[in-house]
Write a protein that binds this ligand. Structure first.
Ligand code: SAH
Length: 188
């Protein structure tokens, strides 16, 4: 089910994102989403990727280099809550797609997880950067310590965005399984 929701997130983004576009990977992790976004926007578009772990960024950098896509992404060793300081003013409100994959890095330090307040803050900030018709996907994992609380916080943040005019869908695996939100900015 987790796999299926990850595929659904990629499919939703692929519907919107194209070559020349601007995108954000809010949680680089093992770099799979960064690679997917970079491949989709290359050669003229750009991806900003955020992670607080240097090891995650190093792995993502190697993946991008192996694919010949290093120039299509800027990897930033900082929390996604600093997004407004890194995405240049010229590009604000031009983001076509952003992806969040919350929780901890599998195979990494399980103590380093995303946090409700910063995840929701970044989600709101990036929602404000979306171009007309732009999209954000958020995968949240409820099975680890703090995961359920984070998913609840994200759900509330998404409800607020829906009130503000964003189209929001939610799909969840049963019990403590993952949840996927897809947030879409109104079309022009
Ligand atoms: N749970 C997912 C993987 C999530 S990886 C799965 O099972 O597939 C989440 C990544 O977010 C980790 O690499 C972690 O270092 C990173 N992270 C933690 N806090 C962050 C923050 N504030 N901003 C950006 N990335 C963060």
């Amino acid at each position: 089910m987790g796999r299926r929701l990850t595929d659904a997130a990629h499919a939703a983004v692929a519907d919107v994102l194209g070559t020349g576009d601007l995108a954000i990977d809010a949680t680089v992790g093992n770099g799979q989403d960064t690679l997917f976004l970079a491949r989709t926007v290359a050669p003229d578009g750009h991806v900003w990727g955020f992670d607080v772990q240097a090891a995650a960024l190093a792995l993502a950098r190697r993946r991008l280099e192996a694919a010949g896509l290093a120039g299509a992404a800027t990897l930033i060793e900082a929390g996604h809550e600093t997004v407004e300081a890194h995405v240049t003013p010229r590009d604000v409100q031009g983001i076509a797609a952003a992806m969040f994959n919350l929780g901890y890095l599998p195979g990494g330090d399980h103590a380093v997880t995303t946090q409700p307040a910063t995840s929701c803050g970044a989600l709101r900030a990036i929602a404000g950067m979306l171009r007309a018709g732009g999209i954000i996907t958020v995968m949240a994992y409820r099975g680890h310590a703090g995961g359920r609380e984070e998913a609840e916080a994200v759900g509330k943040a998404c409800e607020k965005l829906a009130v503000e005019g964003f189209a929001v869908t939610r799909e969840a695996a049963p019990n403590d399984g993952p949840v996927l939100w897809v947030v879409r900015a109104p079309a022009a």
